[in-house]
Design a protein around this ligand. Structure first.
Ligand code: BG6
Ligand code: BG6
Ligand code: GLC
Ligand code: GLC
Length: 915
């Protein structure tokens, strides 16, 4: 007996030695796992960086899920769960019951068959099937077909997302290969299929990877759950990454869940030294050769097949079943992962193994059964070891991100391998704890699948959408084409009325005494002042005529403090003269008596090119006293006299629109319109003298008219499009009741309109948690440059959030979406209104000249036009739509209107000399 026992012992020893040697490459010890984990960490870094992402195997996809469930989720949701071993449709009801701290979740679900042909057929048919099942589900469960249902779509494949409700399919994985969907938006694809199926009202609000759904499902009960793991048909993990590390999403505050798509780890050869011949065979026979290297070593779709290939090889070598291979053993798919789990059962394992082998027409001896069971163990152990290495990399990264010595964290897990394999979970937990002893990891099994989590994500998406609807409703500022046509007509009427001699039109139509655009004969050295835009500038302009015609500029910016803008006239002009004096020192020309052109960007009625007849009206942010009613040219002359340091010859006073037109006309003779869309808003254009009743000048053909269109609406003619927010801005302005068109269209006011809308939304509890902060109460915080930044398409929401934070507005992701939309609505309206005004101007010029078609250039300046990402496009599109007979080119004034003022001065000077 002792001898037989010894013999048996030696036999087993020898046997295991044999089998183990055979499977040696699949046994991974801790050093190797640490090595794999380190490679994994490096690859995660590579995937997160914008520069190396394209070459990285770990795609590290931003999911736009910014937080785990926070308890505010509520409502009834539909869910579709596609991509795991079961295709399911569900309804998830999340409720907060009165008097209870915890919310309750009720779910009903139905699994639908998914024929294999559909997985590899036409994508459209796959999605048609999905939506037919959805419809069937609604009917079966007697869920209303009329009601609108929000839906969360768990789609367990790699998608590139720029928002929760958008995701381009990067590639298929597992056993899917449906044609025509790669690169397409899966949300849209599902929406279209649902609308093809018809008869239901379903709104697909969120696209969620199964890892993310799992993390959120487990996060519902455990706030520390910040990792989601799937070991099922496929394998993958997601985790909460610091935003500052996610290059593909700008912004640096907070976290976002990243879908690692770790199944692709090793696709670049990083695991080659750990691959066995069986892995290579599996890959070669798969639907996606060369792809999903790690997944093929780990996940349920492949484990059974790996075991079969090993057993087949051993049999062929005579190590099993006396070397007798059966057809069944040769057939792909005959051993499944479920078989592997059954063979490894603690008690019945050997019996199960025998039954399974018998089913394959094999005739196993007890030793064969033990050996095959051992193969299963080695294969499944390698799987859990590799998952442990990946997870260790993620956990280490999170711990380092947070600069923690020890990390407490929960990992939410799902997938048939993890759930049904008898030892898998235990082994995994043990190895992870060994690899990362500084992380206290809790593993939570997702009992209810990923859809509960998908519902949480959908709830957030729904809240955002709902708020957006309310905001849309509040923003009455969306103008229809008819309204814009009517604005064009009102502007036209305003222009006509302003040209009449004794008019009181709010559109003043001021003569500029500029009768022609430059012709290249202008020359000389001039001094120019540019007052009224964002900056005050003093310039020296040198103009050369003839063949080598050119304009050279030297200029210096001088800030004008608010107290001077709104102080006394004398102080303002003394300050201006002080700046001129400094500038003349700077260019070393204090002695010369230079001719001066004064760009003065305010309305003033002139009697000649350098004579202001009835004084000015301040607009924009200026309100210096004792100026209105006086001749600013005189005021400047007197201030120069008071200083008594230098002398100049004030030859021309020019509005900035006129300066801009002249400056651009020097480049393009077709330029006969000047437009400013900056701090203020205004247009000038070349009008026929016969139409200008108030000129009294006979023989010239045309004169440039400064329309001062910003005044339109002072008589109430825009009241129907003016909103309560615009009225609030007007009331708080320094020129209440005036410049109503300007207050709808220019940089000084747009930010204020936005602020008024945001104030209202906050008071209604729709923004900033309902808290009206000091920052929000501060007039002028939204300067044009911030509006432009916020609306830039290239910015992700999180960057919007950081701009808002910089302005002192603490916002959530949802808040940022709304702020961006409000900005968009307000600036779009402004651009459309300017476009409507411009359409009136170009059509008037066309009719003046009796043309069917007008080709004309507009010289443009102003920070709004130049900095805002969409303003110019929307303005131009509106002109095309409202003045289809005019072909308008827009030429940006690169160097400001000072150059134009100098050109006008040159012409005026010559005329003076000639007279
Ligand atoms: C399910 C989830 O529980 O697990 C799915 O609801 C997920 O979203 C699946 O894809 C993963 O496991 P398996 O084994 O079904 O692929
Ligand atoms: C500048 C011109 O470039 O643009 C000024 O030189 C003009 O004359 C100004 O007033 C308008 O833009 P903003 O945005 O500065 O008001
Ligand atoms: C595959 C998919 C991935 C998914 C995983 C688990 O790896 O590419 O998106 O999460 O399977 O289902
Ligand atoms: C204001 C001024 C106008 C100027 C415009 C642009 O509307 O009244 O004269 O052209 O701003 O700066």
């Amino acid at each position: 007996n002792v001898l037989s026992a010894l013999l048996t012992f030696f036999f087993f020893f020898f046997f295991f030695f044999l089998v183990d040697r055979f499977l040696y490459a699949m046994r991974l010890h801790d050093d190797q796992l640490r090595d794999i984990s380190a490679r994994f960490q490096a690859e995660m870094k590579k995937g997160l960086s914008a520069e190396s992402n394209a070459a990285a195997t770990l795609k590290m996809l931003p999911t736009h899920v910014c937080s785990t469930p926070d308890g505010s989720e509520n409502g009834e949701f539909l869910a579709v769960d596609l991509g795991g071993s079961k295709f399911k449709v569900l309804q998830v009801k999340v409720r907060k019951e009165a008097g209870r701290v915890r919310r309750s979740v009720e779910m009903q679900e139905q699994t639908y068959p998914l024929p294999k042909e559909l997985l590899i057929g036409r994508g459209v048919e796959l999605f048609d099937h999905v939506s037919e099942c959805l419809k069937d589900f609604l009917l079966q469960k007697k869920i209303s077909l009329e009601k609108k249902h929000p839906l969360g779509f768990t789609f367990s494949f790699p998608c590139q997302q720029t928002a929760l409700n958008q995701g381009l399919l990067l590639n298929w994985s597992k056993n899917y290969w449906a044609r025509g969907l790669q690169g397409k938006d899966m949300v849209n694809t599902l929406r279209q299929a649902i609308s093809r199926a018809g008869g239901m009202d379903v709104d697909v609000l969120a696209l969620v990877n199964d890892t993310v759904g799992t993390m959120m499902t487990c996060g519902f009960d455990d706030q520390h759950c910040e990792v989601g793991l799937i070991i099922g048909t496929g394998t993958n993990a997601c985790y909460m990454e610091e935003l500052r590390h996610i290059d593909l999403v700008e912004g640096d505050e907070g976290r976002m869940c990243v879908n690692t798509e770790w199944g692709a780890f090793g696709d670049d050869g990083a695991l080659d030294d750990y691959l066995t011949e069986f892995d290579r065979d599996i890959d070669a026979a798969s639907i996606n050769p060369g792809k999903q290297c790690l997944e093929k070593m780990v996940s349920g779709l492949y484990l059974g097949e790996l075991v079969r290939l090993v057993v087949l090889k051993m049999t062929k070598l005579g190590l099993l079943f006396d070397g007798r291979v059966t057809d069944a053993l040769r057939t792909k798919g005959k051993i499944t992962t479920a078989h592997v789990a059954a063979m490894e059962q603690y008690k019945d394992g050997l019996k199960n193994t025998r039954d399974i082998l018998l089913d394959l027409s094999l005739n196993p001896s007890p030793d064969d059964c033990i050996a095959v069971q051992h193969v299963c163990t080695v294969v499944s152990f390698r799987s859990s070891n590799l998952v442990a290495a990946g997870l260790a990399a993620i956990l280490t990264r999170i711990r380092q991100n947070r600069k923690l010595k020890t990390l407490r964290i929960t990992v939410g897990v799902d997938g048939t391998v993890y759930k049904t394999h008898p030892q898998y979970a235990k082994r995994l937990h043990k190895v992870v704890r060994r690899l990362v002893p500084d992380c206290h990891v809790r593993f939570v099994l997702s009992e209810s699948g990923s859809s509960k989590g998908a519902a949480m994500v959908t709830a957030v998406a729904q809240r955002v959408t709902a708020r957006r609807h309310q905001v849309k409703w509040l923003c009455v500022c969306i103008l229809s084409r008819d309204q814009l046509r009517s604005v064009k007509a009102r502007m036209r009427a305003g222009l006509e009325a302003g040209l009449k001699s004794n008019s009181h039109s709010p559109v003043k139509m001021l003569p500029s005494y500029v009768f022609r655009t430059p012709d290249g004969t202008e020359c000389g050295k001039y001094l120019a002042l540019d007052l009224g835009g964002t900056n005050f500038r003093v310039l020296l302009v040198k103009i050369r005529s003839g063949l080598r015609r050119s304009v050279r500029l030297y200029n210096k910016l001088y800030p004008i403090p608010l107290e001077i803008m709104q102080g006394t006239g004398e102080e303002l002009f003394d300050h201006i003269v002080h700046c001129i004096s400094d500038f003349l020192d700077y260019v070393g020309m204090k002695k010369a008596r230079l001719p001066l052109g004064f760009t003065f960007s305010f309305p003033c009625l002139q009697a000649a090119i350098n004579v202001v007849s009835t004084g000015l009206n301040w607009t924009k942010g200026f309100k210096a006293t004792d100026c209105e009613g006086n001749d600013v040219v005189d005021m400047l002359r007197e201030a120069i006299k008071r200083r008594n340091e230098f002398d100049v010859d004030i030859v021309a006073i020019v509005n900035d629109t006129v300066g801009t037109m002249m400056s651009c006309a020097y480049e393009d003779p077709q330029c006969e319109i000047g437009l400013i869309a900056g701090t203020g808003s205004n247009v000038c254009y070349m009008e026929e003298l016969r139409n200008i009743e108030k000129n009294g000048l006979g023989e010239m053909q045309r004169m440039c008219i400064n329309t001062e269109w910003g005044g339109l609406g002072e008589d109430g003619c825009l009241d129907d499009i003016i909103t309560e927010y615009d009225n609030a801005v007007d009331r708080e302005s320094i020129n209440h009741g005036r410049q109503r068109f300007e207050k709808l269209t220019s940089g000084l006011y747009l930010g204020e309109v936005v602020r008024q809308v945001l104030l209202d939304l906050t008071r209604r509890g729709l923004l900033f948690k309902g808290r009206v902060t000091e920052a929000l109460k501060t007039p002028g915080i939204f300067e044009t440059k911030y509006l432009s930044q916020i609306e830039s398409d290239r910015l992700a929401l999180l960057q919007v959030r950081s701009i808002l934070q910089h302005l002192g507005l603490d916002s959530t992701c949802d808040d940022s979406i709304i702020v961006k939309e409000v900005c968009g609505a307000v600036s779009r309206r402004a651009a459309q209104l300017c476009g409507a005004g411009m359409a009136a101007v170009v059509d008037k010029i066309r009719e003046n000249r009796g043309l069917d078609q007008l080709n004309i250039t507009v010289g443009v300046d102003g920070t709004l036009y130049k900095l805002h990402p969409h303003f110019s496009t929307v303005l131009q599109e509106t002109v095309v739509a409202l003045a289809p007979q005019c072909y308008v080119t827009y030429l940006l004034s690169e160097e400001g209107s000072g150059r134009g003022a100098a050109l006008i001065t040159a012409v005026a000077r010559r005329d003076q000399v000639e007279m």
